[in-house]
Structure formats: C-alpha cells, structure tokens
Design a protein around this ligand. Structure first.
Ligand SMILES: *Cc1c(COP(=O)(O)O)cnc(C)c1O
Length: 352
C-alpha cells in the first residue's frame, strides 16, 4: 500500500531523542532528578503546588482510589464506555465497580445515571473526559461524592476558564504512547489535597521504608520523564493542530450521512479522538477505509458492562455499534488531512 495512516501516532522529534539520550549517557536512568523536574513542570502548568509521577494512568487511578481509603465493601461508579483500565484499577483495590451509562452526544458519563446509582456504599466516581471533551464536571462535583477526574484523554482541555484536572478530589493523567502527550508509558496524579498526594507518593515505591503497609513499584523512569518534559512544552501546539484538523474534518464531512462530534458550550474539545457516528455498516466502513490506507477504529474496544455483565447501558450499546474514530494527530499535514477527507468521503459513497 502506498498510503498508510495509522489510527494514532506519537509526535516525537530530535528534541525527545536528545533528552532521552542525555539521561542514558548520565548512567542514572531510574527515578531521579528528571522525574522531579517533570513533576514540577507539570504542577506549574496546572498552577498547583505538587504533582506525583507514576508508571501509568492505571497506576495513577489505583493509587488515587487507595489514597481515598476506598476498598472492600465500597462502591466506585465508573462509565461503561471507556477503556478497561478503570475496571481493573477499581477491582484491584477490593472495591466494587458500579458501571453506568453515558450521554450519546458527548460520549461522557451521564450525570443522571450517576445520581441513580448513589448509595451509602458509594465512595467515589471516576469521571473520564472522553476523547478530549470535558464532561459537565461542575454538575458532577455538586453530587457530593468524591470525584476522581480521569484526564487521560484531555490533558490541557479547559472547562470554563479552568483546566480539567483542577475540579476533582484527585485527578489522573496518562502518557501512554497514543495519548495527547507521551512518555511511552507513564502517568501523573494532581490534587489540592497534600495529604492525599503524600499517600500516593508513599505507595508508588517500596524501598527504604520501615513501616509495613501496602506499597507498589509504580515509579516512572528518568528516561520517560525527560521525554515528558519536552512533550509538555509542546502541548499547546499539539492541541492547536488537533483542533485545526478537526475543523477541517467537520467542514469536509458536514453533508455525509453521519453524526459529527458535537462540542457542548463552555468548554474546549481538544480532539484526542475525532469520533463520528454512523447509522449502520460500521464494520464495512472500517474495511473500506483500510483499503484506502486509513486505519479507523472503534474508539472503545468493548464497553465495560459487556465484560462484567453487571448492569445494562443501552446508550452505550447504541454508541458502540455506531462510533468510528478517524485518525487525528499533530503530525498530519494539510495534504494528509485532505487525503483522509477524500478517503472518508469516497468510502461513504461506496457504501451507498
Ligand atoms: C489510557 C487511559 C487510561 C489508562 O492509562 P494507561 O497509562 O494506559 O494505564 C485510563 N483512562 C482513560 C480514559 C484512558 O484513555
């Protein structure tokens, strides 16, 4: 195939190569001063005092739940339409994941569904800002249960005039290879609660401690942190490019028989994913696009309620049948973007 666009792709250049190679040459490659620097740059970006770096977004979720003293006998509410990381993070604390439905336009957790599932056992709700668009976070905070904001897909997006990650009791980020900024694997926790962050910092490593309690090895390496510091510097530019590509897609696809991603008022959409919804023929469309070298995907591998069979989520079921994620990443040039627009339009034409 002459033309090939992967579904997602990290944006890395010589700057990252040099930063990582400096760390390697230094001979100190595990958690050290580069992790400290990444943490303080990250905290500064968000205007908070402190951030704690960990080995993944899942580790960040796991430690945040534990730091809230949640475990066996407790419920944690999570949405169905999200990666299974949330399910495993909750399960590994001994708490019970309570899976709720989403809003079909924004793909974000449904506030009413959360309300319906709150009981005495409910100790937290994990709220992902899906595909780059902030959820109605103020309404969720008003429910009165501790909110863990999952900003894995929305680092740098704003709700009102504040960054997402500044609303929850604790907020987590992921720097996995496909995310908005990357360190290969990596994660971060921020919170206004210093004691909570202290617990997270304590639990992420086991060495040189005299008191015996639950701890892990969830440290980030200095190699990853050096890459992260460079990526963070580029975040604004990445977001601008993503928004520009999304704008072009929306213009090009406006007369196609599909629902385009909607942006709700009072917030950014940083377009971590550009997700359209089709009435029927999703698998066929994916294969037609593949023939043209454009790798599109279902943006969520499998809804969580279809893995656990512990609840019903009809909106998620519908969205899962219809949602298609089209490649979007900062390194797509104008020419690439036009090629993808033509491929999508051409594939739709073939479908009809
Ligand atoms: C990627 C992701 C995670 C998990 O992050 P990892 O770094 O892969 O462990 C959690 N929540 C959401 C919404 C994600 O997109």
């Amino acid at each position: 195939m002459d033309t090939y666009y992967s579904h997602s792709r990290p944006t890395l250049d010589n700057e990252e190569v040099e930063a990582v190679s400096t760390v390697i040459s230094s001979g100190l490659i595990a958690q050290g001063e580069y992790v400290q620097r990444f943490e303080s740059e990250f905290a500064r970006y968000f205007g908070v005092e402190e951030a704690v770096a960990v080995s993944s977004g899942t580790a960040a979720l796991h430690l945040s739940i534990l730091a809230l003293n949640i475990g066996s006998g407790d419920d944690v509410i999570i949405p169905s339409y999200v990666c299974s990381s949330l399910l495993y993070a909750v399960e590994s604390t001994g708490a019970k994941p309570v899976i709720v439905d989403i809003d079909e336009k924004s793909f974000n957790i449904n506030v009413k569904s959360i309300k319906e599932k709150i009981t005495k056992r409910t100790k937290a709700v994990i709220v992902p800002h899906m595909f780059g668009q902030p959820v109605d976070i103020d309404k969720i905070c008003e429910l009165g249960i501790p909110v863990i904001e999952d900003c894995a897909q929305s680092v740098g997006a704003k709700y009102g005039d504040r960054y997402v990650g500044l609303f929850g009791k604790a907020s987590i980020f992921s720097f996995y290879a496909t995310k908005v900024i990357t360190t290969g694997e990596g994660g971060m926790v921020i919170s206004a609660d210093r004691e909570l962050l202290m617990k997270v910092r304590d639990m992420r490593e086991y060495d040189e401690k005299l008191d015996f309690r639950l701890r892990f090895n969830y440290k980030l390496t200095d190699m990853a942190a050096a890459m992260g510091t460079i990526q963070l510097k580029k975040l604004m530019d990445f977001i601008t490019k993503r928004m520009k590509i999304a704008e072009r897609y929306s213009e090009s696809f406006k007369d196609l028989p599909c629902i385009l991603p909607g942006v709700k008022p009072k917030r950014d959409h940083i377009f971590f994913r550009y997700v359209i919804q089709v009435e029927s023929g999703l698998e066929k469309l994916i294969s037609l696009l593949k023939e043209r070298g454009v790798m599109c995907r279902k943006p969520v591998f499998m809804p969580l309620h279809r893995i656990t069979f512990s609840s019903e989520c009809h909106i998620t079921d519908n969205v899962f049948q219809r949602a298609l994620s089209i490649p979007i990443y900062p390194s797509l040039s104008e020419g690439d973007t036009e090629y993808i627009c033509d491929a999508v339009r051409g594939s739709f034409k073939q479908m009809s």
